[in-house]
Design a protein around this ligand. Structure first.
Ligand code: 6PG
Length: 460
């Protein structure tokens, strides 16, 4: 009998299965199209058995059966569950390792609970290579059943200083929520790096190779991260069809698979300001707005009288990246309270330190903040001092970039966010006046407690 079964043997599923095999587990495989399974069977991998019929796949597993789904998020997950529910027994476990929407995971958890089947939403980050060598893993579901799957998941996860980058997250869909916001932070940091590249290239006039070298240099310091590392590699890559650098022949239009959109929507639902994460998603949308971009191309005059140093951009990047992470962890904190998930924020920072796309030195700082009792990351001295020391650089970057016709949506959002925090003039007094004028929505006064309504009719 085999230890675990993987359904969905596309690149991610195959790599997860190979990862499990490499840690000594006996693995069963099933794929909707048998040819994909057959290709793996033909490789004669020790301890791997592939099945054409799902009934045989299920029968090959030790009890309680543990099945890891790596099928596309959405209907394919529901369809697979419908097939499995007829074949599984009480106590068996299904894990969904895809990027499923956390509310879907909540719903599936409740549904399978009726059959006594344990359902785990398992956030997995690290792309194809991570899946094979060790991703960061965020499992959620019934805590008392976690011990059945914890060892396998922790064994296949990335390790940081010997510690697995996998830890029980919380109930129901909380693991997928954590993965979703991970992606929101991922979008923000990717966009910040794209804006950094634009500044270094079009304000500072460095070549792609020089920018790559600058990023390599930064990667030895406080902003060290996987995304900085791969951005440098992308910038160094040559095109195979022309003499150009590859980045110069890639169309200036970004795609997305939806997790950044979900993060933005959830932040709005929670009434939590994750402006940098949302701006990054909207930047991707804007890049696709080709007709209007063409219509208005060059309409805004670009006159930049302000030079920028690499160090100014470095400081601005360090600060904006910190704000993006602080907003993401703020979302966790808020969701944890709203949904009563009891998320361990330090633990989340810890399992992001290796394997995942947003792995960064900053996560160690975040862990230290939580260790020392931080609630709002930005208010904690490590972050607050960065705000105090680097905000001038952030402002210089935004002013210089915008004057050069570089839109910089995430840098700008970071500056707006800090300005909102630092200013006691938000104009909300006038909004309250307007609301009270047309809707009697009431307002609070500066000089006494309670809500008031004004009779505006004298003013007509
Ligand atoms: C990860 C990534 C990954 C991501 C895809 C799609 O953590 O490994 O976040 O799961 O979902 O790369 O991202 P896009 O939305 O940019 O297509």
């Amino acid at each position: 009998m085999n230890d675990i079964g993987v359904i969905g043997l596309g690149v991610m599923g195959k790599n997860i299965a190979l990862n499990m095999l490499s840690r000594g587990y006996k693995v069963s495989g099933f794929n909707r199209t048998f040819k994909v399974t057959k290709d793996l069977i033909d490789k004669n991998i020790e301890n791997f058995s592939g099945y054409e019929k799902i009934e045989d796949f299920v029968s090959s597993l030790k009890s309680p059966r543990k099945i890891f789904l790596m099928v596309p998020a959405g209907n394919p997950v529901d369809e697979t569950i419908e097939v499995l529910v007829k074949l599984l027994e009480k106590g068996d476990i299904i894990m969904d390792g895809g990027n499923s929407y956390f509310e879907d995971t909540n719903r599936r958890f409740e549904y399978l609970n009726k059959f006594g089947i344990n359902y785990f939403g398992v956030g997995v980050s690290g792309g194809e290579e991570g899946a094979l060598k060790g991703p960061s893993i965020m499992p959620s579901g019934d805590k008392d059943s976690y011990h059945h799957i914890g060892k396998i998941l922790e064994d296949i996860s990335a390790k940081k200083e010997g510690q697995p980058c996998c830890s029980y997250i919380g109930p129901k869909g909380s693991g997928h929520y954590v993965k979703m916001v991970h992606n929101g932070i991922e979008y923000a940091d990717m966009q910040l790096l794209a804006e950094t590249y634009l500044l270094l290239k079009y304000v500072c006039r460095y070549s792609n190779k020089e920018i790559a070298n600058i990023l390599d240099d930064w990667n030895n310091g406080e902003v060290q991260s996987y995304l900085v590392e791969i951005t440098s590699k992308v910038l160094k890559e040559k095109d195979s069809l022309t003499e150009n650098d590859l980045v110069d022949v890639i169309l200036d239009v970004a795609g997305n698979k939806g997790t950044g959109r979900w993060t933005s929507i959830e932040a709005l639902k929670q009434e939590f300001n994750a402006s940098l994460l949302t701006a990054a998603y909207q930047a991707r949308i804007m890049s696709n707005n080709l007709n209007l971009r063409k219509e208005f191309n060059g309409v805004i005059d670009s006159k930049n009288n302000m030079d920028l140093s690499v160090e100014t951009i470095h400081k601005a990047y360090s600060l904006a990246k910190s704000i993006a992470f602080a907003q993401g962890f703020g979302l966790y904190n808020d969701a944890s309270k709203k949904y009563e998930w009891n998320l361990n924020l330090k633990e989340i920072a810890s399992i992001f330190r290796a394997g995942c796309i947003i792995q960064a030195k900053l996560l160690q700082e975040i862990m230290d903040c939580y260790d020392n009792g931080a609630n709002e990351l930005l208010a904690y001295p490590t972050f607050k001092n960065k705000v105090i020391e680097n905000n001038k650089s952030l402002k210089d970057v935004v002013i210089s970039g915008l004057s050069s016709n570089l839109a910089l949506p995430v840098y700008t959002s970071a500056l707006v966010y800090l300005t909102q925090l630092s200013s006691d003039l938000l104009g909300a007094n006038l909004i309250q006046g307007q609301r009270d004028y047309f809707g009697a929505h009431t307002y609070q006064r500066v000089d006494r407690e309670g809500f008031e309504h004004h009779d505006w009719s004298n003013n007509e």
